[in-house]
Design a protein around this ligand. Structure first.
Ligand code: IPM
Ligand code: MG
Length: 362
């Protein structure tokens, strides 16, 4: 197949990990006879420096004209002034919203090799295999914000907004994934306090009863979920939740996998019904300014994001599995960056890990 893939390397370690991911894409093309045309555009801090905005129009155009988008990371201390009008994160939030990517899939699996890298006891981690489905274009992230003077200084408002339709579509997306797995869906909310959560819970119950009677649904409050993720992580199959709860819970869940450097994510829009589906793929880690430019960042999360891209946007399942297997084989060979290396074991740099993965795609 011929596909156009736009990369948004972004800031910090973003360009370093994207370079390895692009090498993987080219290798997959060679081995399986596909042509991937790779384009690059600016997003985040680098776009602010070049154009004064985190999401330039030409970046939007480069994404809408592609079959899929692969993103590194955005942000860094250079653009961190909280009072600034333009911020790198606006680029990320803006591109998610502009492309209508409402379903964010964050799979958490734990590989034998990484048991020691997790702060949790290995016996708790055995059999951990879950997908967190985070609603990505609604909630408090995108509701109205206001600042006005107040006798004590200022009064500031963030608004959390959800519509029935927004809840229905994310529940359907998550339940469909659960149906293809262990048929267990945990829906996370704060229905004892928040009105949006009460809509979320009622809508979820209705959609599941009407359309997914074969999937077991459990409602869980977000504070309890935070606890159970640590106490009994292996009990979860698919978790679905709103935007901010999903942001917080997935950082927590990432620790189950040992390192944030291991976890990919996919952000999907509505299913087009056609052979390809627009999606944006990114590692869940950030720009890691403290190690940027040193060549030591772990490229595995970004390369595993390439596997998700092949699977979800291009429908190339065998190719996706080949990439995942190459990553696991590289882990097993002990060719890893410092964040996941066992104590005293040899440490490889970004490029050697990338090359080892490329050479295992056959
Ligand atoms: C994430 C990040 C972003 C988010 C930030 C960088 C805006 O934390 O993708 O989880 O909160 O969505
Ligand atoms: Mg986050």
């Amino acid at each position: 197949m011929n596909a156009i893939i736009t990369t948004l390397p972004g800031d910090g370690i973003g360009p370093e990990v994207i370079a390895e991911a692009v090498a993987v894409l080219h290798r997959v093309g060679e081995v399986y006879g596909h042509t991937f045309e790779i384009r690059t555009a600016l997003l985040g801090g680098c776009a602010i420096d070049a154009h004064g905005t985190a999401l330039p129009q030409e970046t939007i155009d480069a994404c809408t004209s592609a079959h899929a988008v692969l993103l590194g990371a955005v942000g860094g201390p250079k653009w961190d002034n909280p009072a600034a009008k333009v911020r790198p994160e606006q680029g990320l939030l803006g591109i998610r919203k502009t492309l209508g990517l409402f379903a964010n899939l964050r799979p958490v699996t734990i590989h034998e090799q990484l048991l020691a890298a997790s702060p949790l006891r290995p016996e708790l981690l055995k059999d951990v295999d879950m997908v967190v489905v985070r609603e990505l274009t609604g909630g408090i992230y995108f509701g109205e914000k206001k600042r006005s003077p107040h006798e004590s200084g200022e009064i500031v408002i963030d608004t959390c907004v959800y519509t029935t339709g927004e809840v229905e579509r994310i529940i359907r997306a998550a339940a469909t994934i659960a149906r293809g797995r262990k048929k267990k869906l945990v829906s996370v909310d704060k229905a004892n306090v928040l009105e949006t959560s009460r809509l979320w819970r009622a809508t979820t119950a209705r959609v599941m009863a009407d359309e997914f009677p074969d999937v077991v649904l459990e409602h869980m409050l977000v504070d309890a979920c935070a606890m159970h993720l640590i106490r009994r992580p292996a009990d979860f199959d698919v978790i679905v939740t709103e935007n901010m709860f999903g942001d917080i819970l997935t950082d927590e869940a990432s620790q189950l996998a040992g390192s944030m450097g291991m976890l990919p994510s996919a952000s999907l829009g509505a299913d087009s019904g056609g052979p390809t589906r627009m999606g944006l793929y990114e590692p869940i880690h950030g720009s890691a300014p403290d190690i940027a430019g040193k060549g030591i960042a772990n490229p595995m999360a970004t390369i595993l994001s390439v596997a998700l891209l092949l699977r979800h946007s291009l429908g190339l399942e065998a190719e996706a599995q080949a990439v995942e297997n190459a990553v696991y084989a590289t882990l097993e060979a002990g060719i890893v960056t410092g964040d996941v290396a066992a104590k005293g074991a040899p440490v490889s740099d970004t490029k050697s890990v990338g090359a080892a993965i490329v050479s295992r795609i056959v």
